[in-house]
Design a protein around this ligand. Structure first.
Ligand SMILES: *Cc1c(COP(=O)(O)O)cnc(C)c1O
Ligand code: SF4
Length: 330
């Protein structure tokens, strides 16, 4: 009898959230527990099984582990690291909408995430206020209908793919019916941490309208790209989607030239183009991931020297009040 594949919903529900369990599963030093407990009280630990399985046991420096393990250091106060570094709570014009740049806006499709990334710039975002009711969804759609300059809608979150296929299919049909919208974009990390999220229903929901679709994945390290993810990406591309990737430059994860080159090459092997490499937003609790600008620019130049141009991501910063992301290399 064939074994039923485990559903993504089940994988979400069975994520590891207990620091003790994470440490023992990965054979890590129990002395990490006190810090992990303290930091996870502020922003919980959350890591799904398919991601956990790519972490090397016994290695506290593993680049995937560092992205998910709460550390006592997160609680150190630093004056430059604040709650809402991008001032997004001010551009949250309507519930569920972040409209900052010309021609495109973010729709907060789901407030949930499949993984809690310790460096996340939205770790303090008041998502509870962005769980939309049906009436609010209609208002968000009206906002797009009434502004003919909006040619692109970007599904964001949290993680937009934490929403059900039914919700995504409905929303995409509503948006495709707005004639001035030309493109749909999906910013997601979910297929990276749970490749099983890429179902036939999801592909149908996203690609079943007139809108060309770009998916921007969020991988920070080549070790995140395993066979199941490669297979999921192959299905998405087969459906006609364009695949891009954005990363965050993170100390102890990918702040060395070999990691960055290897990430770009591995993305390229899978038909995914590197789009942005973000410098870290100064969010409270993420100061231990900081890489200074001089080093970031040096790494970006080295990438230019080592990779074909189309595999070099743009090094950018997001600044409150700017009209686009700001390139660090001109
Ligand atoms: C990054 C971002 C976008 C998309 O910017 P692109 O340069 O088109 O990728 C749109 N809105 C907000 C609020 C963003 O942060
Ligand atoms: S998946 Fe994205 S939004 Fe969610 S915690 Fe990670 S970086 Fe933040």
């Amino acid at each position: 009898m064939p074994v039923e594949p485990i559903s993504w919903q089940r994988l979400l529900a069975t994520s590891v959230t207990d620091p003790q369990q994470l440490l023992s599963r990965l054979n890590l030093d129990p002395s990490l527990l006190a810090g992990a407990r303290a930091a996870s009280a502020d922003f919980p630990l959350r890591v799904p099984e398919p991601y956990l399985s790519r972490i090397r046991p016994g290695d506290p420096a593993d680049p995937l582990l560092r992205q998910v393990l709460p550390l006592g250091e997160e609680l150190t106060e630093h004056p430059d690291f604040v709650m809402d570094p991008l001032g997004e709570q001010d551009t949250n014009a309507r519930p569920g909408i972040i409209h900052k740049y010309h021609g495109r806006l973010l729709l907060v499709v789901s407030s949930g995430c499949a993984v809690n990334c310790r460096y996340c710039f939205r770790r303090h975002f008041p998502y509870e206020d962005n769980n939309l009711s049906t009436a609010e969804w209609q208002q968000a759609l009206d906002y797009i209908r009434q502004d003919p300059t909006i040619s692109e809608v970007i599904y964001s979150g949290g993680d937009p793919l934490a929403a059900s296929d039914k919700r995504i299919a409905w929303l995409t049909r509503e948006i495709a019916a707005i004639s001035h919208v030309r493109r749909l974009r999906v910013h997601t990390r979910l297929p990276v941490v749970i490749p099983q999220r890429v179902t036939t229903e999801l592909i149908e929901a996203l690609c079943g309208t007139r809108l060309p679709v770009t998916m921007v994945l969020h991988c920070n390290h080549a070790n995140e790209i395993d066979r199941p993810l490669g297979e999921a990406v192959r299905l998405l591309r087969q459906a006609g989607m364009q695949l891009l990737n954005q990363s965050v430059l993170l100390r102890g994860v990918n702040d060395d030239i070999d990691s960055l080159v290897n990430l770009s090459e591995t993305l390229g092997d899978n038909g995914i183009l590197p789009y942005y490499l973000h410098v870290l937003d100064h969010v409270k609790g993420a100061q231990h991931f900081h890489v200074d600008d001089r080093r970031a620019i040096e790494l970006a130049r080295e990438m230019l020297a080592r990779l074909p141009g189309f595999l070099v991501p743009r090094l950018v910063r997001e600044t409150a009040g700017e009209t686009s992301k700001t390139p660090l290399l001109s």
